[in-house]
Structure formats: C-alpha cells, structure tokens
Design a protein. Structure first.
Length: 53
C-alpha cells in the first residue's frame, strides 16, 4: 500500500486505476480528482506529504 499524495488515503498500487508519472516516479491516487489536483501543483503535495511522513 502507498499513500495518495493529495488526500493521504491508502492505495493498493497493484490494483490502482489512477496513476501519474512525475520526475520519473509513479504516483497512485484514490480518484481522478486527486490526480487532477496533483498535476496542477505536484511539488506542493509532495512537500506537504514529506512534512507529515
């Protein structure tokens, strides 16, 4: 399981339907809405997640 970088929800990367590539890494999302938000401001979400991890 991995965390959706936008909402923090647990996502099973083996069956995730919503993904995005950013700087050579695949990110997994719970829904299209989180993916859209991530694509608009990826650094914001990655920074926020690293601060809470």
């Amino acid at each position: 399981m991995v965390k959706d970088p936008v909402c923090g929800m647990d996502v099973d990367e083996k069956i995730a339907l919503v993904t995005a590539e950013y700087k050579g890494k695949t990110y997994y999302f719970c829904c299209d809405g989180c993916k859209v938000n991530f694509r608009q401001l990826p650094e914001l979400y990655l920074k926020a997640r690293s601060m809470t991890a």
